[in-house]
Design a protein around this ligand. Structure first.
Ligand code: ATP
Ligand code: AMP
Ligand code: MG
Length: 201
């Protein structure tokens, strides 16, 4: 199993944008680095089962259905990780379901993933709100600034919990407005350090 890097952050913070930019830099250096979006892997199964038509419907499914999709996706991601030195997994530490905040990584799927690093991408509540509202490619939940502030804190708590469970460091990356390239460079330098750690062992 290759090392899994969890890239997390609130919906609309810019994870996919930043990860896509960072991967180009890493591949340019000859690392065997893969990238996978956890939700996309879940979506393939969910569509085959006729449960949803698009990705933003999955968090509204019954939690029991989401647990099944989540576990199946972890097995597939585990298989995929064998093909790489490092696999970046673009995902969420919690999902806002109709029953409340539900963990993206827990006893349901953690055993399948050999996590080496946790990344949390952050931006201010105002920036996140603006990005959600301007992104017409998705059906995003539009929250208010106060609840986003709470979500940022909750996300940090889950990152700390995951760090303890996996013995992995958590790195925070600021994705400032109009400066996704800078965030990608920050992500790149953490991943380059991770690769150097592997060379040491
Ligand atoms: P989700 O978890 O829902 O998949 P995400 O964290 O992957 O969301 P993106 O889809 O990458 O978020 O970005 C959300 C929107 O914000 C997109 O329209 C993207 O172009 C924009 N965006 C990302 N980073 C920045 C930035 N630094 N400045 C301005 N806009 C940005
Ligand atoms: P994303 O494109 O990253 O927003 O992912 C789309 C959807 O996939 C999310 O809204 C969730 O419903 C689901 N998803 C992503 N990662 C996870 C995860 N680790 N556990 C459960 N559901 C997830
Ligand atoms: Mg995304």
């Amino acid at each position: 199993m290759g090392a899994v890097v969890i890239v997390s952050g609130l919906p609309g913070v810019g994870k996919t944008t930043v990860v896509d930019k960072a991967i180009e830099m890493l591949r340019g250096e000859g690392f065997r680095v893969g990238i996978v979006n956890y939700g996309t892997v879940m979506l393939e199964t969910a569509k085959q089962l006729g449960w949803v038509e698009h990705r933003d419907e999955m968090r509204k499914l019954k939690v029991s259905q989401q647990l099944d999709l989540q576990k199946e996706a972890a097995k597939k991601i585990s298989e995929l990780s064998r093909e790489y030195d490092i696999l970046l997994v673009d995902t969420h530490l919690f999902i806002s379901t109709p029953r409340g905040k539900w963990p993206g990584l827990s006893v349901n799927n953690l055993d399948y993933l050999s996590i080496a690093q946790i990344i949390v991408v952050e931006a201010s509540p105002d920036e996140i709100l603006k990005r959600r509202m301007s992104d017409k490619s998705r059906y995003r939940d539009i929250a208010d600034v106060e609840s986003l502030r709470d979500d940022i804190v909750y996300n940090r708590m889950l990152a700390a919990s995951l760090s303890v469970q996996t013995s992995c460091p958590v790195a925070y990356i600021q994705n400032r407005e109009g400066r996704a390239d800078e965030a990608a460079r920050d992500l790149y330098s953490i991943l380059a350090r991770l690769v150097r750690d592997f060379e040491h062992t």
